[in-house]
Write a protein that binds this ligand. Structure first.
Ligand code: NAD
Length: 367
């Protein structure tokens, strides 16, 4: 049953991690290491069943392969899930036991934070393994990725405007930004600096007030965001907001934002295309976070991170070329770009896990 699933999903390795004393039940899924060691965060979640946990880790790890490949990184795709409630089940022993399993993979899988896990949890993982990114800055970590994600989203936006309108004058257009969290607020700031007209919404009123007072944005209701006359709809909150109910309401001709999994399903992606709306594939646009964290493998450097964010422009431009070349919607073109890169680089037959020794250079602080 499991191997049948793996045949379909194309995973290389799935590791079930169990430590009774530490209360650890975790699954590490390595989807693809053709481009390099598998990088992807660890999620802690009270999954109702083990099957739910497995399904999630397989889906998320496959997504990381595509995201890392399109981002142009020498990194493959993986992900881990810890079954448990982040509010009640965390302990030093749990994370150290998990770290020992990560270590046992010898660098084929490199972990990071994801939903339910914070930088303090990662400190425990880091005691047992160096194959961790997203640790505290005192250990050479890269810190909060959100400003980089916002800047990368701006690069993706410029490529998308260029494709749609033939110019990159961000300030000429109007924006409906949904979600003013870590990424959304920073993105609004960047838009404002370029003189754009911005509509905003968030369930948190304080954040809306801040966007209005500091960045001159116009506040709209949570539902109204789908109806405003803006050129660009920018989802920066939750996934699935482009769906059967919302799509007919959108006035925007461009969709470009940082949220993950924006399209409710592929059929909606096809419909977006049919309506002549240009959709900037989410995982290509929001790759700033993973790009930032990936630099920890070589030794983090902020300058390099900013330079790397600018490659998102070219990645988007390439996706639009493939979309035109093959006559397929942009969400599909992004997947093709990933697959083509994996095949082309795979032919070079790079040794697996070759970046791992670089970790040896990292100074392990007294933690
Ligand atoms: P965040 O939690 O800081 O912000 C999300 C914001 O959305 C919050 O302010 C929340 O109040 C608001 N929100 C939630 N539901 C809403 C709704 N129905 N309508 C309007 N607003 C709503 O998260 P973030 O780090 O800013 O990430 C935003 C999105 O970008 C997420 O989908 C995340 O997965 C994705 N993303 C983030 C990064 C990163 O570097 N932080 C990287 C890649 C992708």
């Amino acid at each position: 049953m499991i191997f049948e699933t793996l045949d379909t999903t194309g995973h290389e390795q799935v590791v079930f991690c169990h430590n009774k004393d530490a209360g650890l039940k975790a699954i590490i899924a390595i989807h693809n290491t053709v481009l390099g060691p598998a990088l992807g965060g660890t999620r802690m979640w009270p999954y109702p069943t083990e099957a739910d946990a497995l399904k999630d880790v397989l889906r998320l790890s496959r997504g990381m392969t595509y995201k890392n490949a399109v981002a142009g990184l020498n990194i493959g795709g993986g992900k881990a899930v810890i079954i448990g409630d982040p509010a009640t089940d965390k302990s030093e022993a749990l994370f150290r036991a998990f770290g020992q399993f990560v270590e046992s993979l010898g660098g084929r899988y490199i972990t990071a934070e994801d939903v339910g896990i914070d930088v303090n949890d990662m400190e425990y993982v880091y005691r047992e393994t160096e194959y961790v990114t997203g640790v505290h800055q005192v250990h050479g970590g890269s810190g909060d990725p959100s400003p980089f994600t916002a800047y990368g989203t701006l690069q993706g936006l410029m490529a998308t405007l260029n494709r749609k309108y033939g110019d990159e004058e961000v300030g000429k257009y109007s924006y409906a930004v949904q979600g003013l969290g870590h990424v959304g607020m920073e993105f609004v700031k960047l838009l404002k600096e370029r003189g754009a007209k911005i509509f905003v919404t968030d369930i948190n009123k304080q954040l809306v007030d801040k966007a209005v007072s500091e960045y001159g944005a116009e506040a709209v209701g949570l539902e109204e965001i789908y109806d405003v006359a803006a050129d660009v709809y920018s989802p920066c909150a939750l996934g699935g907001t482009i769906n059967e109910q919302t799509l007919p309401r959108l006035k925007a001709q461009v969709i470009c934002g940082a949220a993950n999994n924006q399209l409710a399903n592929n059929a909606i992606g096809d419909e977006v295309e049919k309506r002549g709306i240009l959709y900037a594939p989410d995982y290509a646009v929001n790759a700033g976070g993973v790009m930032n964290v990936s630099l920890e493998i070589d030794g983090y450097n902020r300058e390099r991170a900013m330079r790397m964010m600018r490659t998102i422009y070219h990645n988007l431009a390439r996706i639009y070329e493939i979309s035109e070349r093959d006559g397929v919607p942009t969400y599909m073109a992004a997947d093709r770009l990933a697959e083509e890169r994996i095949i082309a680089i795979g032919k070079l037959k790079l040794p697996l896990g070759r970046t791992a020794p670089r970790f040896q250079g990292r100074i392990r602080g007294n933690h």
